[in-house]
Design a protein around this ligand. Structure first.
Ligand SMILES: [Zn+2]
Length: 434
C-alpha cells in the first residue's frame, strides 16, 4: 500500500514538473499590435458634408424603380464634387441605374480584392410623424455635435466615412495593395435586388472573388439573435463573435421555442417534468429536435409519431439518448400517430411544411394527413391532455380547429411565453458574458 502511495506521489510530482515546465516554456500567442496613430481629420468639414448628403431625399420604393431618380443623381454629382481626389483614383460605374460601384486598383494584381459597402437609399418618413422629428427629417442640420436627419446613421454615415477615408488616402498618394471595391447600393432598404444583387452578378461574370466584405453593421450590442438556416453558418458566427450568439431558429433546431414550450408546461404542471409524457406528431423538424433535447435534459418522456422518412435526425436522437441515460428520459420514435399519443399528457404538432420547404407543400399534405391532430386522435391521449403548437398553425391541415381552439389548447400561453423566455435567455447570457 505504502509503495503504491509513493508511486502515485512520484507520478503526481513528475506530472507537476512537466506541466510547470511546459507552461513556462510555451510562449504567449498574444499578438503584439501597435496602437494606431489617430489621423488628423477636419471633423467639422466632414460633418458638414454628411449633413449635405442627408439632404438628398434618396428614398427607395418597391413599385417604382425610377422613384427619386433625380435625388440619386444629385447625390452622385455631390459625391464627385466633394471627393475630387478619390474620384481621381477610383474607377466609377453605375449599375442598375443608381447603384454605384467604384474600383480602386491595388498595386498587387494577384492579391485578392475586398469590398466596402454602404447604401445610398433611406426609408420614407411615416406619414403623420413629421412633427415628431426634433429636426426636419431631411434637414441634415448640425446641432449639439450631431448630424440630424434620415440616413445620417443608416447609412449615409458609412458611405460618407468611406469616401472621406479614400479622399484622405488618395490625397496622401496612397495606393492599396489589394484592389478595393466600394459598393453603394440604391435599394438596400427594399431588398437590394436592383443594386447589390446586380453587382454580385456582375462580379460573378467578371470572375471577381472577394476576400471579404465589410458592410453596414448593427449597433454594438450585448448579444446577437441569429436567424440563420444552416447550423454551420451559426457556428461560424459564434466563433467570430465576442458576444453571445443565440440560435433564433435554424434548420436543425429551435431552442428558443423548445425552452418556451417546457417553461409553459412547468407553468401548467409544476417544475418537475420528470416522466411527463409529451407526444410530438408530424414532421421530425427543428421544433421536434428541440423538444427531444429538452425532454432529454428534463428527464421527460417523448414519443414522436412521424411518417417514414420524416423521423427526427439520427444524430439528434443519438445525442439526446446519451443524455437520457443520465436523466432517465425516454425517447421513442414511432410511425403510428395513435400509438405515439397513447397516454400522452401533451400532444404537440407543427406545420407540415416548415419555412424553406413550402415548395413541397402538396406532396407533404398527402404524406402527413394521417398525422393530423384531430379530436379523435386526442382521445387516445390522457384525458385533458394539452394541445401545443409553436404557431402559426394551419387549421384543417396539421390540426383540427376543434382541437387548437379547444379547451385544452395552450398555444397562446406558449406564444406569450416566447417573450418572457427570450428575455430570460438574454439576461442569463449577458450576465454570463460580463
Ligand atoms: Zn441600412
Amino acid at each position: 500500500m505504502r509503495k503504491l502511495l509513493a508511486l502515485i506521489g512520484i507520478v503526481v510530482v513528475a506530472l507537476a514538473v512537466v506541466v510547470g515546465a511546459k507552461t513556462l516554456l510555451t510562449p504567449s500567442r498574444q499578438l503584439d499590435i501597435a496602437a494606431v496613430t489617430p489621423v488628423p481629420v477636419d471633423a467639422a468639414a466632414a460633418a458638414g458634408r454628411l449633413g449635405q448628403a442627408v439632404r438628398f431625399k434618396t428614398i427607395s420604393t418597391f413599385d417604382d424603380e425610377n422613384a427619386n431618380g433625380a435625388e440619386f443623381e444629385a447625390l452622385h454629382a455631390f459625391l464627385q464634387a466633394s471627393f475630387p481626389k478619390a474620384h481621381g483614383v477610383l474607377q466609377r460605374e453605375t449599375i442598375g441605374k443608381y447603384a454605384l460601384l467604384y474600383t480602386w486598383p491595388g498595386t498587387d494584381p494577384k492579391a485578392q480584392p475586398y469590398a466596402l459597402m454602404a447604401h445610398q437609399d433611406v426609408v420614407p418618413i411615416a406619414p403623420g410623424t413629421e412633427a415628431d422629428w426634433q429636426q426636419p427629417p431631411f434637414s441634415g442640420a448640425l446641432r449639439d455635435g450631431f448630424v440630424w436627419g434620415r440616413g445620417s446613421w443608416d447609412d449615409k454615415g458609412n458611405l460618407m466615412s468611406i469616401m472621406e477615408a479614400v479622399e484622405l488616402l488618395a490625397s496622401a498618394g496612397f495606393q492599396p495593395r489589394q484592389t478595393i471595391h466600394l459598393i453603394f447600393g440604391h435599394d438596400e432598404e427594399i431588398s437590394g435586388r436592383r443594386g447589390a444583387a446586380q453587382i454580385a452578378k456582375l462580379f460573378k461574370e467578371r470572375g471577381i472573388h472577394l476576400q471579404f466584405v465589410l458592410d453596414e453593421g448593427l449597433l454594438i450590442t450585448d448579444g446577437l439573435l441569429a436567424g440563420l438556416s444552416r447550423p454551420a453558418a451559426l457556428i461560424e458566427l459564434a466563433a467570430h463573435s465576442s458576444v453571445p450568439v443565440i440560435n433564433g431558429l435554424s434548420e436543425l433546431s429551435h431552442p428558443c421555442q423548445g425552452l418556451t414550450d417546457y417553461f409553459t408546461l412547468r407553468e401548467k404542471v409544476g417544475p418537475d417534468l420528470r416522466g411527463f409524457h409529451i407526444a410530438y406528431v408530424g414532421d421530425g423538424n427543428n421544433t421536434c429536435h428541440s423538444l427531444i433535447f429538452g425532454a432529454a435534459k428534463l428527464g421527460a418522456k417523448i414519443t414522436i409519431g412521424a411518417p417514414a422518412g420524416y423521423e427526427p435526425d439520427a444524430e439528434v436522437l443519438r445525442r439526446a439518448r446519451r443524455e437520457a441515460r443520465v436523466t432517465g428520459a425516454k425517447i421513442d420514435v414511432l410511425h403510428d400517430p395513435f400509438e405515439a399519443v397513447t397516454g400522452a399528457q401533451a400532444v404537440y404538432t407543427d406545420v407540415w411544411a416548415s419555412m424553406g420547404f413550402e415548395a413541397e407543400t402538396e406532396r407533404r399534405r398527402e404524406i402527413f394527413s394521417p398525422f393530423r391532430v384531430t379530436k379523435k386522435l386526442m382521445t387516445a391521449a390522457q384525458r385533458g391532455a394539452f394541445f401545443m403548437h409553436c404557431l402559426p398553425a394551419h387549421r384543417g391541415d396539421e390540426v383540427e380547429a376543434a382541437v387548437i381552439d379547444g379547451r385544452n389548447s395552450i398555444v397562446y400561453d406558449q406564444a406569450e411565453n416566447r417573450l418572457h423566455t427570450q428575455k430570460a435567455i438574454l439576461l442569463v447570457l449577458i450576465q454570463a458574458n460580463q
